[in-house]
Write a protein that binds this ligand. Sequence first.
Ligand code: NIG
Ligand code: FE
Length: 408
Amino acid sequence: MSLTVWKNLRLAPTANPSEMIADACLVVENDRIAWLGAAADLPSKYQQPDKTHDLGGRIVTPGLVDCHTHLVYGSNRAREFAMRLAGASYTEIAQQGGGIVSTVNATRTLSEDQLYEQALRRLDALMAEGVTAIEIKSGYGLDLETEAKALRVARRLAQARPVTISTTFLGAHALPHEYAGRADDYIDLVCQTMMPKLAAEGLIDAVDVFCEHIAFNLEQSERVFQAAHALGLPVKMHAEQMSNMGGSVLASSYRALSTDHLEYLDEAGIKAMKAAGTVAVLLPGAYYFLRETQLPPVDLLRKHGVPIAISTDSNPGTSPCTSLLLMLNMGSTLFRLSVPEVLAGVTQHAAKALGHPNVTGQLAVNHKADFVAWDIEDLSELVYWMGLPRCAVVVRHGAISIDNRKPE
Ligand code: NIG
Ligand code: FE
């Protein structure tokens, strides 16, 4: 057993500015939090730890959680971006065989090592800003071999870096060209072959589906959910991104961890999500990059008390973003979320969206010791700056993973 006391910190256990504890201590036993509170109240049994770290009065928050990413993919789509700037729409490009399918071709072609190297750079960029837990979806393979390759890469990334990675199988992301006109047959492949095999290899923590007119309909989405539930896997959905398909109501009926995007979500979907405990994951990067104008129904989500998470949606087509802090700025500027709302959105609500609200995402006794000490005067600076590095120290599972402090 190893006991460490972190002292001289301004502690925001839930990342909420109103709950800050001045001159706090955090006691870590191995990889978990044993105690936290005002330094003056530190129990005597913790006064002779194995190690003490002084954080110099820095603000400390939970480690950040990025709960929706497509981090493993081949190449990029900068050329399509240029086409969109010249007037083509995302849907038009997808219908002409570009879009997701063009990334699928690149992802199938690359070796596992090449995919790993490309994804690692993006992971490192996210981690440099204090991300300690992240979700990674498959969905750019769309055949058994490549979906397995991408999920294995996600597992390898978790071995290579001090970060918690949750994998999500998104086989139902788009229709691969070899199944053109046969979407139901592809869903059979997803449900009857890919999902059970990948689950048996321990590669799947959750299952996602893209429910949209350019992807899969409600009935196909439900078949994916049924197959997931038969394997005991939790579900989530890319829902109401471009139109209201009623996906959130369906996903809630399967007790989805989250529904994500949600610009076209209506009150019926919100009520269903509230009843099911489903988190609303908002993705300001995709909203911005697609130049969407329909705002997600933030006021209605607030009215019904649905927890809101914020994530990068890091992907080559709609959000080539590797900065969760930038998403805080965009979430507040574009979606009019408050500072406490966006901070909850990348900590406790994001952890809930990943299905482990009692493990990470807030600093509490018995939770994993995942936290970040920041070089800021006020928590609102995490939302305010657009690109200034502010991360001083990152601790993940009790161990320092990043230390940017200047030597004294
Ligand atoms: O989350 N909406 C579907 N999937 C991704 C986009 C994928 C792509 O265009 O490559 C998203 O926005
Ligand atoms: Fe996405």
